[in-house]
Design a protein around this ligand. Structure first.
Ligand code: ADP
Ligand code: MG
Length: 722
């Protein structure tokens, strides 16, 4: 499609009919088999049994499952579903579904709709093609899915099709986790145990359960679908592997929070309608910093639900975009030269009485509890910064992290002045006087003033305390938030246990014991606290002096998942066995290699079949026009600038051709290396460097070539024409 035609297409606006003209509250969650629906549709006894098993984290018995399956099927069929599927999250980072029709046949061949408790509880999708990082040998390739009773089943609608989706875990025959949900659920249990234990040590007898809350802020780009289909790189690699930076980007700051264009507004409305039906509490929407970039942020939810919902949200962005003839790009860096996309992962702990444990609270009593959980979290980040950094390692995030738009790979914690001051006081022992009065006097009483709206913000910090939660800001836009959350839960569980042990050991005066333990800890972990500009060179040097890890690329960071320290941690909390952890490490490394491999292949293909033919054609036209002009003028002294252009273009073509050959050689060599570690290192260095060199030549060609001949949608068009 020619550029002008796209503009016309964009003009048609593809306004999709508004589906619901009723308040959100009236249809919120209508496509989920949630507690309200279950209460309506299940016999009371069954409903109560199910609630009980959910709370206790147990498996329902077959009789209960049969009753639930029946009600679920009836409900789903009324909603238009013909099929059901166990919906799970393999280690690819996306979601998986294999649909089975409800239809079955009785012995005399009569068709009936049937769905049993057994089918609800367990599936055998086989699914041997999913990455397992070596867990499953081919002779036992079968994987099993099992109903995750803590996340409600929902109706998936795409086009005219509908299916009942049952959120599930995915495990091997021998019970090893093959997915991202199983370890998350285990980590939720781990932090529950450790946090409740800590509360007991602190004298809190009322709380029975502690759970993680997550609120992911999702950034994404939208471009016209016609452009998308014309870019092999966006289609295959998710990012533009070539393309000149436009003369205007985000420097005027006119996109951020700007007025939302009509076409985009319609899209957002449509997305939100879908999300509300699925019970996903989308709350905030706005234009982001880069042109063509947007953000959607739901209200926080219990971690397991938030993870499922973020997966559904990403899929909904993609599928609704298609309906509007747009393409949603979730890659961390689709366009070089302008901001990439991340996902701020807000993380906190809540108890079953409705309190946020990272809320400073109103009384000193709460404050001491708050300070313990605060210090435990900082302690966890300090001791496991390497693992935390590895959770966000990906080929996409390598383009974003540490480049003046996103936090650096040095993990530090921002607390703000007030809290930093309080921790300093505790460390100095100013708060060492263990009476109630002293605590109130010394300024812990200042804590309630610390509202979540305080302006003490630091946008450059990778891990910032923002009033009543931590914000892990370095998470990539396209990645599942499951593993970062799993790791946070596990490392904080460990720190809570260690602190609880120390506090309990000191005995006697609880308050004094707690402050003594905090004092000790702060002395060590304060090295991870940083209030300044994380983007600055000075910080990098300072962090080096403090001994904080700084692994710039993902292939250097990923091995930190496989250290004896990491194995011991995950085994101790039964979140991942050594084999399960190793498999995740392998899968991540392999993925890193494959993604760069695909980028390299796509770049070579585009250069060979699109860029060079266009460049050579323009070179020919230029050459003949110089010849004929010289002839017509009878004097070629005026043609020197055009000759220079021809010479420089010819030079660029030659260099590009040489570099493409070099890249192909690099890729071949990298692929032939033995270990995945060596491959990752080769792809992360020589392959990436050659890709960058080619790109610089190709982008220079794009800027001199006839726009009519240039075969690809350019950045300025994709980002600004809507
Ligand atoms: P901002 O941090 O941008 O100023 P908010 O504080 O309102 O905005 O929240 C941003 C995100 O943090 C939202 O997605 C919200 O759901 C999430 N959030 C707020 N409180 C919590 C919490 N206790 N636990 C987890 N996420 C939270
Ligand atoms: Mg934001």
């Amino acid at each position: 499609m020619k550029r002008t035609e796209v503009i016309i297409a964009a003009d048609r606006n593809y306004l999709v009919e508004r589906e619901k003209n009723v308040p959100i509250s009236r249809y919120f969650g209508e496509d989920t088999f949630n507690a309200t629906t279950m209460r309506e549709r299940l016999p009371e006894a069954v409903f109560n049994r199910l609630q009980d098993t959910t709370i206790r984290g147990r498996k329902p018995d077959l009789e209960t499952a049969n009753a639930v399956a029946h009600a679920m099927k009836e409900w789903a069929i009324e909603k238009g579903a013909t099929h059901y599927c166990h919906w799970f999250q393999p280690m690819t980072g996306s979601t998986a579904e294999k649909h089975d029709a409800f239809i079955e046949f009785t012995s005399d061949g009569t068709p009936i709709e049937h769905f049993s408790g057994k089918q609800l509880i367990q599936g055998e999708p086989d699914a041997s093609n999913f990455p397992s990082g070596g867990i499953r040998s081919t002779f036992e390739a079968r994987g099993y899915t099992a109903w995750d009773i803590s996340s409600p089943a929902f109706i998936l609608k795409r086009g005219i099709g509908s299916a009942l989706c049952i959120p599930s875990i995915f495990i091997s025959y021998s019970g090893e986790a093959l997915d991202k949900k199983t370890p998350l659920l285990r980590s939720i249990e781990a932090i529950n145990t450790s946090a409740v234990n800590m509360l007991r040590v602190l004298g809190n007898r009322k709380v029975r359960r502690v759970y993680t809350t997550l609120g992911p802020e999702q950034e994404y780009f939208l471009i016209d679908q016609d452009y998308y289909y014309k870019r092999q790189d966006l289609l295959l690699a998710g990012r533009a592997v070539l393309g000149a930076t436009p003369p205007k980007g985000q420097e005027l700051g006119d996109h951020y929070f700007g007025s939302i264009r009509e076409r985009i507004f319609s899209f957002m409305h449509d997305v939100e309608e879908e999300l509300y039906k699925l019970g996903i509490p989308a709350k905030t929407r706005h234009n982001e910093a880069a042109p063509g970039q947007y953000e959607i942020a739901p209200l926080f939810e219990e971690a397991n639900l938030a993870v499922d919902h973020n997966q559904i949200l990403m899929e909904t962005l993609r599928s609704v975009a298609t309906k509007h003839r747009l393409a949603a790009l979730l890659h961390e860096k689709p366009f070089a030269g302008i901001n990439g996309s991340g996902k701020h992962l807000n993380w906190s702990l809540a108890d079953d009485l409705g309190n946020n444990l990272l809320n400073p609270g109103r009384t000193p009593q709460d404050n001491i509890q708050f300070l313990v959980f605060l210090v435990a979290t900082i302690r966890a980040v300090y001791h496991h910064a390497d693992i935390l950094r590895a959770t966000i390692a990906s080929s996409g995030n390598d383009h974003r992290l540490g480049s003046n738009e996103a936090p650096p790979v040095i993990i530090s914690v921002f607390l703000g002045e007030q809290l930093t001051g309080i921790l300093e006081d505790i460390e100095k022992g100013i708060v060492s006087n263990g009476t109630n009065g002293a605590i109130i006097d010394m300024g812990i009483s200042k804590l309630p003033v610390l509202s979540k709206d305080n302006t003490d913000r630091n946008r450059t910090s990778p891990f910032a305390f923002t009033g009543n939660k931590f914000e892990f800001r370095a998470v990539g836009a396209s990645q599942s938030i499951s593993f970062p959350a799993t790791v946070l839960n596990t490392i904080v569980a460990e720190s809570l246990d260690i602190l609880a042990g120390k506090i309990a050991a000191k005995g006697e005066n609880l308050r004094q014991a707690t402050l003594d333990v905090l004092k000790d800890e702060i002395g060590t972990i304060k090295r991870v606290l940083f209030m300044g500009d994380n983007y600055s060179k000075e910080w990098e040097a300072e962090a080096g002096r403090r001994g904080l890890p700084n692994k710039k690329t993902s292939y250097e960071s990923l091995p930190d998942l496989a250290t004896p320290k990491a194995v011991a941690l995950f085994e101790k909390y039964r979140v991942l066995s050594s084999a399960e952890l190793m498999s995740r490490y392998q899968v991540r490394l392999e993925r890193y290699v494959k993604e760069i491999d695909i980028e390299a292949g796509t770049l070579c293909d585009m250069v060979d079949s699109q860029v060079l033919p266009a460049a050579i054609r323009f070179q020919g036209e230029l050459a003949s026009s110089i010849l004929s002009a010289a002839q017509a003028l009878g004097d070629d002294s005026l043609l020197a600038p055009q000759r220079e252009l021809l010479a420089s273009l010819t030079g660029l073509i030659g260099e590009t051709m040489r570099l493409v050959a070099e890249l192909k050689g690099n890729v071949e060599r990298a692929e032939s290396l033995h270990s995945e570690e060596e491959k990752a290192a080769a792809f992360g260095t020589t392959v990436r460097e050659t890709i960058a060199k080619i790109r610089s030549r190709v982008d220079a060609i794009e800027l001199v070539i006839d726009d009519e001949i240039w075969p690809l949608p350019r950045f300025w068009e994709m980002l600004f024409i809507k």
